[in-house]
Design a protein around this ligand. Structure first.
Ligand code: DP6
Length: 329
């Protein structure tokens, strides 16, 4: 079983869980799935665990003990879920081969791409799963991966309780609206605190409760903006949410300061250029200093030039993409 997938970039962010172990988010979120870079994973039933991973150039990318434990834990959660929906004959161990086209430590979350790739492959080990069920398998490995089982613009929604109670829902396909994501990477240093640890202390921020209460309004604004292709509305709501998530991160205990001086200076400069050149561009940042500039076709050249002019930064380019899929059975 071979599957492929890419990262996604959140417009309304997922931060904090109502259940850490099951990766059930504290609130809904929505993202745009990217078309590149891609990750491929081959999965087979095996007598014992065999996990291998490689960089895009074919060189070894050895997994840490912690990542191996996470992969095994993910499969055991998937077995619980799959058995709960009546699937049988699931192997207790797997041979997994992961090939990642995502350059390491560039601030584009590889976990969403890797776990949605595995979720897709695990879904094909079962029989007749729906896209929502595949999304649940992906989410059990990395919360944001649950937004990759559809293409285009995808929400991760909470419904009720239990292991299957949060799954992806497509808002609109990639054919509806292609947006570009010009990604400016100020630092290629590995971040010190990953999302999993950060989620676990999100609720210690005094701003967390207000954030969670306001998410339903933001989800509605964002969904409406996507459906009507209202870029200005999308910009206002997604920037409000990204900055709010970072205020939450910065006020939780221990505090997480993911944005750097370079991030802030890029944002200040962008705000000036966007006003003077009337660009359709919005910024958003995940758990790192990397700035994602989402823009429409008519603004992309100017945004690319803006990105290329940022000294000491690496630039990557992506656009709206099609989500995780099976490459071969
Ligand atoms: C800031 O999905 O990376 O990117 O479940 O621990 O893998 P894990 O967390 P993850 O959290 C994503 C956090 C975020 C915002 C977002 O993508 O919505």
């Amino acid at each position: 079983m071979k599957a492929s997938s890419s990262p996604n970039i959140a417009l309304i962010k997922y931060w904090g869980n109502r259940d850490e172990e099951l990766r059930l988010p504290a609130a809904d979120s929505v993202s745009m799935v990217l078309d590149t870079p891609t990750v491929e994973a081959s999965v087979e039933a095996s007598e014992t665990w065999k996990i291998q991973s490689f960089h895009a150039d074919g060189s070894d990318a050895p997994q840490s003990e912690k990542s191996i434990e996470r992969l095994k834990k993910h499969w055991s959660l998937c077995i619980s879920y799959l058995e709960g929906i009546g699937q049988t004959d699931l192997p207790s161990a797997l041979k997994i081969d992961i090939r990642s086209g995502i350059p390491p430590a560039i601030g584009i979350a590889s976990s969403a791409a890797v776990f949605s790739c595995l979720g897709e492959a695990y879904g094909a080990l079962g029989k007749n799963l729906t896209r929502e069920q595949v999304s649940i398998l992906s989410r059990l490995g990395s919360g944001s991966a649950g937004r990759n089982s559809f293409g285009g613009y995808v929400a991760l929604e909470n419904h009720g309780n239990g292991i299957g109670s949060a799954c992806g829902k497509q808002i609109a396909s990639e054919a509806h609206w292609i947006l570009h994501d010009i990604i400016i990477v100020p630092s290629r240093e590995e971040k010190k605190v990953g999302s999993t640890e950060g989620h676990a202390s999100a609720a210690t921020s005094p701003l967390f409760a207000a954030r969670i209460n306001d998410i339903p309004r933001r989800m509605k604004e964002c969904t409406d903006a996507l459906l009507t292709k209202d870029f200005e509305k999308l910009q206002v709501i997604s920037e409000e949410d990204a900055l709010d998530m970072h205020r939450c991160m910065e006020t939780q205990t221990p505090a997480l300061h993911y944005l750097s001086e370079v991030t802030h200076s890029i944002l200040r400069e962008l705000e000036g250029v966007r006003k003077s050149d009337k660009l359709n561009v919005l910024y958003t940042m995940d758990a790192g200093p990397t700035v994602h500039l989402l823009c429409t076709e008519d603004s992309v050249r100017t945004v690319e030039d803006f990105a290329a002019a940022q000294k000491g930064c690496t630039v990557f380019k992506a656009k709206t993409g099609g989500g995780s899929k099976i490459v071969s059975l």
